[in-house]
Design a protein. Structure first.
Length: 326
């Protein structure tokens, strides 16, 4: 982009940081580039200088200077027809503003030094630049289920806001070791990250710990296979890393198939099963109209667990937390 433009902040972007506003529109820009443009006064908000962490108000005018062009896509990152077909096969729902995918277990949401296959790369199937869908929340690599994205900067801002303000109603299904008592309730237990890299875990912590973050998980037991295994619905009121896995371990009922937050007893019960955690249902406001109710069918990994312990998905209340949401 070689000309100066003035753009207006969308109503759904009220409160978003200036640097993130730029990144949503021009993902190829890095933080240092945005900082330099702001520091030199080339980026202005309502006629005045602004810092990268300035919070924008709906309707504000942003002066956008000439920006470097996005680099041409590398051949290594180009999707082949099979990858495009695979990406499209994951679609649960799509319109002009929202894209919802059924993320498979084992596929990371974003890449890293040892991760070349991930959802973020597959989003090239929808285009690049402003056409590329934007992530607004995350799922663990081994968790399957509903993943929602925004197809425009404004839609992404509104969807991300729903998660940030805890207005997204999330229902996960999990198979856990043992028979939880009580069968329903809320676990309010702060968590803190410990360790480094692949050895990083989250653990219960006192709020006096500077690394501790508040974490709340609501739970309901849907069914059980004797005293061995329970099928549970989990509703994370907060979105901490590995929150559900760490909270269930702290309750003494680790999720089956979890190599990181399991016990010897849960490993024996798992018997080769993959992580039995599935983002089943997501309810949140559509960016411009009505409400989205998104459901993901069981993954092959979860189906294996259901078959082993005799659970039938049609037996569950689709919204077991309805009474607490009134």
């Amino acid at each position: 982009m070689k000309e100066v433009r003035t753009l207006y902040v969308d109503s759904g972007e009220d409160g978003v940081r200036l640097d993130r506003w730029f990144k949503r529109r021009w993902p190829h820009l890095n933080h240092i580039q945005i900082q330099k443009l702001a520091r030199s006064g080339q980026i202005r908000v309502d006629g005045g200088r602004a810092k990268p962490d300035t919070r924008l108000a709906a309707g504000a005018q942003v002066r956008v200077p000439p920006l470097p062009d996005a680099p041409p896509p590398r051949d290594k990152g180009t999707l082949d027809p099979r990858e495009i077909a695979f990406a499209k096969s994951l679609v649960l729902y799509e319109d002009d503003e929202v894209l919802a995918l059924n993320k498979p277990a084992g596929l990371a949401v974003q890449g890293g030094t040892k991760t070349s296959k991930h959802i973020d790369r597959l989003l090239s199937a929808w285009g690049e630049g402003l056409e590329r869908p934007r992530l607004v929340h995350r799922l663990d690599r081994d968790t399957s289920g509903v993943l929602v994205l925004g197809k425009s900067p404004g839609a992404a801002a509104k969807l991300a806001g729903a998660f940030a303000k805890r207005r997204a109603q999330k229902t996960y299904w999990a198979l856990v070791a043992g028979f939880p008592k009580p069968g329903e309730g809320v676990l309010d237990l702060p968590l803190a990250k410990k360790g480094v890299g692949d050895r990083e875990m989250v653990q219960p912590a006192d709020l006096s710990d500077p690394k501790a973050e508040p974490a709340q998980t609501e739970f309901v037991t849907l069914s059980r296979a004797g005293d061995r295994v329970a099928w549970m619905a989990l509703y994370p009121h907060t979105g901490r890393t590995h929150q559900l896995r760490a909270h269930m371990l702290a309750m003494g009922h680790p999720i089956l198939g979890d190599p990181k937050y399991g016990t010897e007893a849960s490993a024996e019960l798992s018997g080769g099963l993959k992580l039995q955690l599935h983002a089943r249902r997501l309810v949140l406001a559509h960016p411009s109209r009505g409400q989205l109710v998104l459901e993901a069918p069981l993954s092959p990994e979860m189906k294996a667990g259901f078959q082993r312990f005799g659970f039938e998905e049609h037996e569950a209340n689709p919204d077991p937390f309805r009474k607490t949401r009134r």
